[in-house]
Design a protein around this ligand. Structure first.
Ligand SMILES: NC(=O)c1ccc[n+]([C@@H]2O[C@H](COP(=O)([O-])OP(=O)(O)OC[C@H]3O[C@@H](n4cnc5c(N)ncnc54)[C@H](O)[C@@H]3O)[C@@H](O)[C@H]2O)c1
Length: 437
């Protein structure tokens, strides 16, 4: 099986399947097809499948013309019909791994996609899980589902492994194609074949590790490292405010050290589908071993409090103008979870808005990338533009995302007060009304 698959990879005879055509799956599918592998995308959302088949792009990191040309040339198509799994030789699973309301892993998407794949899995297929998850998922959950549903034996009839996705939406340098990738298969042969497949597509280094659990754990280490370091600077930001020290200047000074320090920045909380969620996959799993990862719990406590803290700080600013949160007009600038993208999943700005509303404030938002968002079942519509008359109309402007295409000089010149939680206004000269987190 190993040699047959290595030959197929070399000759670009492998047909690729990508399950889940979201922020991770669509760019991956596009890269595979661009590298000369015929690719089929699978998704449960009919509208996404239809868009793909029309060559219409819906993910910021994918180049519109790339998608159009691979769809037109027949190299890439999408379907909701899993029976086409029988046609593919390599399958990457890129489905969501969210948390439930109690911050416990919701592994149901991974499970249901594995069950669908199992029904149609044929011999000599490579299956790779790319969704972030707890160590043990590939061997303990996916392997039995695939073996039971297909009647095939892992390692003998098909290969299985884990290779975490590292896509960083909006990153202008590192994309799917040039970001190094880690691969851990069940058995050496699986690792070798999976690594060969990624080497045939990507320009980056491929690091082979000895098991899927190593690859699963290293991904969680990456994201926990960010989560905890952001908690550290968030807590320092609160202390620095009490001490009248500018945390942003502190970090800028610290990062002149050429080794042993990496800059992380405070903000209104954590956002995105990874950093706020993934560490909880590990803390949940740890409990099975009677182990409590208190660092994850502690950083969660700090980061989760940030939206409330930001509203408290805004309340203090309003107080100086003899205004209360209750009844004040607030404009939120930016609801995306990070700069220059249109993704608002887990965005702390939505919680900041919720906190303001709980206090009786009248809140609008403006985001050049997001005209409306859905939160807890409700649709929130933003204002479509800002100018000096609009800015003057609010008691306070709160910056929650540091988008670069906002005229911050105009905002600073016309606002009554600005609370900048992201240091988005760092280059603005007129700082009279600007207060930083
Ligand atoms: N977004 C990121 O920046 C990022 C980065 C690294 C890793 N990840 C990880 O990658 C995984 C996917 O994240 P994403 O951001 O691409 O999610 P996403 O929500 O953008 O996309 C997931 C897609 O999977 C589809 N899907 C759900 N259930 C399915 C099923 N049973 N069969 C087929 N398709 C199904 C959904 O319809 C959706 O289109 C997650 O585990 C996430 O933690 C995400």
């Amino acid at each position: 099986m190993k040699q047959t698959l290595l030959n197929k990879i070399k000759n670009k005879d492998v047909i690729v399947g990508v399950v889940g055509l979201g922020y991770v799956g669509l760019p991956l599918a596009v890269e595979k097809a661009k590298a000369g592998f015929k690719t089929i995308g699978f998704d449960v959302q009919k509208d996404k499948v239809e868009l793909v088949n029309m060559g219409e792009n819906y993910i910021g990191d994918v180049v519109d013309s790339d998608l159009k040309s691979i769809v037109r040339s027949g190299m890439f198509s999408a379907t909701t019909d899993f029976s086409f799994v029988r046609d593919v030789d390599f399958i990457a699973i890129c489905v969501p791994t969210p948390l439930n309301d109690y911050k416990e892993p919701d592994i149901s998407y991974v499970e249901s996609s594995a069950k669908e794949i199992a029904k149609h899995l044929k011999k000599n297929t490579i299956v790779v899980l790319e969704s972030t998850t707890y160590p043990g998922t590939t061997e303990e959950l996916i392997m039995p589902i695939l073996e039971k549903g297909s009647g095939l034996k892992c390692g003998e009839n098909f290969y299985l492994g884990f290779s975490p996705e590292r896509v960083d939406p909006g990153n202008l340098i590192y994309k799917t194609k040039n970001t190094p990738k880690v691969v851990g298969g069940i058995g050496k042969d699986a690792t070798e074949v999976i690594a060969a497949m990624y080497r045939a597509v990507l320009e980056s280094d491929i690091k082979e590790v000895s098991s899927p659990a190593i690859a699963e754990m290293e991904k969680i280490l990456e994201n926990t490292y960010r989560n905890i370091n952001i908690a550290l600077v968030n807590q320092l930001a609160i202390l620095c405010n009490k001490m009248d020290i500018n945390i942003w200047e502190v970090i800028d000074a610290a990062k002149t050290k050429p080794y042993g320090f990496q800059a992380f920045y405070p903000g209104p909380g954590l956002g995105g589908h990874c950093i706020p969620l993934d560490p909880y996959y590990l803390s949940w799993r740890a409990k099975k071993y009677d182990f409590h990862i208190s660092m994850i719990e502690t950083s969660g406590m700090i980061n989760d409090k940030m939206p409330e803290y930001c509203v408290e700080r805004a309340g203090k600013i309003l107080n100086r103008f003899k205004k209360a949160l209750n009844g004040s007009k607030v404009l939120i600038l930016g609801v995306a979870y990070k700069q220059n993208i249109d993704d608002y999943r887990e965005s702390p700005a939505l919680k900041v808005i919720e906190e303001f509303e709980k206090s009786g404030s009248i809140v609008d938002f403006y985001d050049p990338y997001i005209s409306q968002y859905k939160y807890k079942g409700n649709i929130f519509k933003g204002i479509s533009a800002i100018d000096k008359n609009i800015i003057k109309n609010y008691d306070i402007i709160v910056i929650t995302t540091s988008h670069t295409n906002i005229d911050y000089d105009m905002v600073a010149d016309n606002a009554i007060a600005v609370f900048d939680t992201k240091n988005a206004m760092k280059d603005v000269k007129n700082r009279d009304k600007v207060e930083l987190l």
